[in-house]
Design a protein around this ligand. Sequence first.
Ligand code: HEC
Ligand code: HEC
Length: 474
Amino acid sequence: MSRSTRTLRKSLFIPLTARALVLFAWGALLGLPAVARAADANVPASDAETPAQRGYRFLLNKAYIPVAHDQEVFDNLWKVWEEPLRSKAAKATVEERRRMAFSRYGLTEAPDRPGPVAMQYVDAGHGGWSINCLSCHGGKVLGRAMPGLPNSHFAMQTFSDEVRLIKARQGKLTAIELAAAPFPMGNSNGTTNAVMFGVALGFLRDADLNVRVPDAAPEFVHHDMDAPPWWNVKKKTHLYIDGFAPKSHRSLMQFLLVPQNDAAKFREWEKDFKDLYAWIESLEPPKYPFAIDAALADKGRAIFENSCSSCHGTYGEKWTYPNKLVPIEEVGTDRVRLDSLTPAQRQGYEQSWFGQLDEKKVVADPGGYIAPPLDGIWASAPYLHNGSVPTLWHLFHSSERPTVWQRSEDGYDADKVGLEVTTMSELPPTAVESREKRRYFDTRLFGKSAQGHTFPDALDEAEKQAVIEYLKTL
Ligand code: HEC
Ligand code: HEC
């Protein structure tokens, strides 16, 4: 998207969004039902749990966010699908339709929780679906669902648009939902505008997290990100791609800032998030499931330690990780995410309840991105913070990165190591509707550039193959 299109889009969105935020805040102050309370009772307890196990149980079973929709809405979503899918769904059984809906929206079964509700939501009772962290932080690779793996399938925008249509038909839509509708959720399936959700929700709070009614909205730089894998959190001192926030259990609670959760709820739920933090810190990366050429990988390790370890650390039992912040000019990847937060916003986080925990300071003006740990990197494609590069091979061959690509649902490219994709230089002419366009990753859109990180280009082809082989072992 060109700069001028973006400005136009912003000028359309900001007044609407500002109004939505104000309405949203008033709704909360006027005492909208705080649905999350009711669901606490549904959490099954078990004896002798470790804090980490308890955290995982909360994640799957405790509703912290008001219900998004009920099962009746979910079961009717197919009625607004495009043809020929809609006719196919009309003839399908309820169970087949549910599978079609899971596939369409990037949802999976929960490996450790039975029932009709996807892993990415909590069953809040009475058929209610309440969104949880796994909507973005629980995905699948090779068809296997994995909590903690980024959900690179999540079609958040399409899902919420279609839920809204069905709720409208069923007379279940609230004025607040309607007002909030213009806030963009994500322009490519598998990535979300999560950072701007944080900015919007944070703006509705004072430093102690009391809900306040703003009279104007901040400037939003809407852009999408690919969530990072949770198993790397344990190596980090600071969170997020710009490494601005000192790691703490409180930082995990930002997603709960919907105005229905008052300041007291944050104090009450803080202990749950200590447990969730313990679970996240206990996660291990998944092992590469195919054969590895050990001799080649060993060659690759030496090259990696020479060319990559200064930023990405070393691996194995005595691992090291430098938490290195690399200036944007040096890494050269898309800078929209970096510029989307102001130093004042980062400082505001530090001065709020989230930042009041310890001595560690926020990095108000990071100027670049943190080189992430590469553990389990085979599983967390696509690559770079915006999810713009589909395979490691493309990351290592910067001039061959596709302009537009589309993934298959569960295919894995074991040669290139990453997503099985179809690549193209333009969107196909059939991609006219927005929901169809979102099935493609278009690197020409704002914030979606696949440029930069050309460090591996310095290696020759044999060295690249060896390092890619080594990366499979991490
Ligand atoms: C709508 C999608 C979405 C939801 C829901 C979400 N996150 Fe995230 N999360 C992201 C994205 C995107 C990032 C990367 C942000 C960045 O780096 O700027 C992120 C980053 C993080 C990180 C930092 C990881 C790192 O390595 O730096 C943690 C920890 C985290 N999220 C925890 C949570 C928890 C806990 C919840 C639920 C209470 C949650 N998230 C809900 C999208 C989401
Ligand atoms: C000067 C520091 C630096 C060097 C040297 C470096 N990288 Fe990186 N690397 C980064 C940064 C910073 C990022 C994050 C960029 C982003 O997401 O925009 C990154 C991202 C990556 C990613 C994607 C991670 C993900 O989760 O999406 C991979 C894979 C990677 N680097 C591999 C390598 C390899 C292999 C080498 C050596 C040939 C290397 N890097 C050398 C700084 C470096």
